[in-house]
Design a protein around this ligand. Structure first.
Ligand code: CP
Ligand code: NVA
Length: 334
């Protein structure tokens, strides 16, 4: 089937068909090989893109920048304090201005409606680099990493342990449903995703022969798991006061050696990063002083184990983001 994504936004995986996601994963693989073999791929020389960040970032920003430079694109970065958007200029006006100057816009920030509003008004492709609700570029890197380890996606059992309402958990549920992965959330009921998103994902999963499950007992959830995934217990933009209740709710969902040993022997560990697995961060130290925890969503032992593929996953952010930028901006797409 001929896939052409030129001019498309990349706002959430729900907007993409499994065939289109497949196409982006194959393109990412090609770009990774080119990079590894030092084959130049400046296919988009002369294009300009802008990266609009209202929240901080290491991986997503660097992935867009390096992907852009590798493709020959000029890249502008606007940090959380340096654009007028929100404070002095509406989202609509910002989109109209940036759309006149740039060939594509990346946005990281708060509610999903902001990125949707940018896309509606910019008339150039808009890419979601994380909102409160979704993190779609992360999903492509996660799918790529799973495929690199197992050789396939359909039928993989993926378990997410933690805050089931956050952007990464929501997106993993969608990505799994689309690609025929069995998704299980290990989380207390209070942190299960919104029912309307669950219903949508269950419908999609049934077409693709996969299951969406919810389980409060982490040992029941992780039995037969191929991929165990976790994320921070408190996401960017949430109030500091949330930590106490989140620690109470999620401590028993920590990914530790017992959890990994309960999964399939070849199981891998994934995390979008950044992660609190030691005391080498200011927030980690602060939580240690207040609550006595040395590690949070994952133990240092699991994080550093051979089962952990988190740095391959982080590298794959760049190859997959390059695929999205290329596919949506290039004339040569087929
Ligand atoms: N995983 C991820 O999005 O990382 P950053 O917040 O560093 O971009
Ligand atoms: N859920 C996390 C993901 C960070 C990449 C957050 O939103 O902070």
């Amino acid at each position: 089937m001929k896939i052409n994504l030129k001019g498309r936004n990349f706002l959430k995986l729900l907007d993409y068909t499994p065939e289109e996601i497949r196409y982006l994963l194959d393109l990412s693989k090609d770009f990774k090989l080119k990079k590894q073999n030092n084959i130049e791929h400046k296919y988009l020389t002369g294009k300009n893109i802008v990266l609009l960040f209202e929240k901080t970032s290491t991986r997503t920003r660097c992935a867009f920048e390096v992907a852009g430079y590798d493709l020959g694109i000029n890249v502008t970065y606007l940090d959380p304090n340096s654009s007028q958007m929100g404070k002095k200029e509406s989202i609509e006006d910002t989109a109209k201005v940036l759309g006149r100057m740039y060939d594509g816009i990346e946005y990281r920030g708060f509610e999903q409606y902001i990125v949707e509003m940018l896309a509606k008004n910019a008339h150039v492709p808009v890419w979601n680099g994380l909102t409160n609700e979704f993190h779609p570029t992360q999903m492509l890197a996660d799918l790529m990493t799973i495929e690199e380890n197992f050789g396939y996606l359909k039928g993989i059992n993926l378990v997410f342990c933690g805050d089931g309402r956050n952007n990464v958990a929501n997106s993993l549920m969608v990505a799994s449903a689309k690609m025929g992965i069995n998704f299980t959330l290990a989380s207390p009921k209070e942190l299960w995703p919104q029912q309307d998103l669950i219903d949508i994902c269950k419908d999609i999963a049934s077409i693709n022969n996969s299951k969406i499950n919810f389980e409060e007992d982490i040992m029941v959830a992780t039995k037969n798991a191929d991929v165990i995934y976790t994320d921070v217990w408190v996401s960017m933009g949430e109030a500091d006061e949330v930590w106490a209740s989140r620690i109470k709710l999620l401590s028993k969902y920590q990914v530790n050696k017992d959890v990994m040993n309960n999964a399939n022997p070849q199981a891998i560990f994934l995390h979008c990063l950044p992660s609190f697995h030691d005391l080498n961060t200011t927030i980690g130290k602060d939580i240690n002083e207040k609550f006595g925890l040395k590690e949070m969503e994952v133990t240092d032992e699991v994080f550093r184990s051979n089962q952990s593929k988190v740095f391959d996953e982080a590298e794959n952010r760049m190859h997959t983001i390059k695929a999205v930028v290329y596919a949506t901006l290039s004339d040569n797409d087929e």
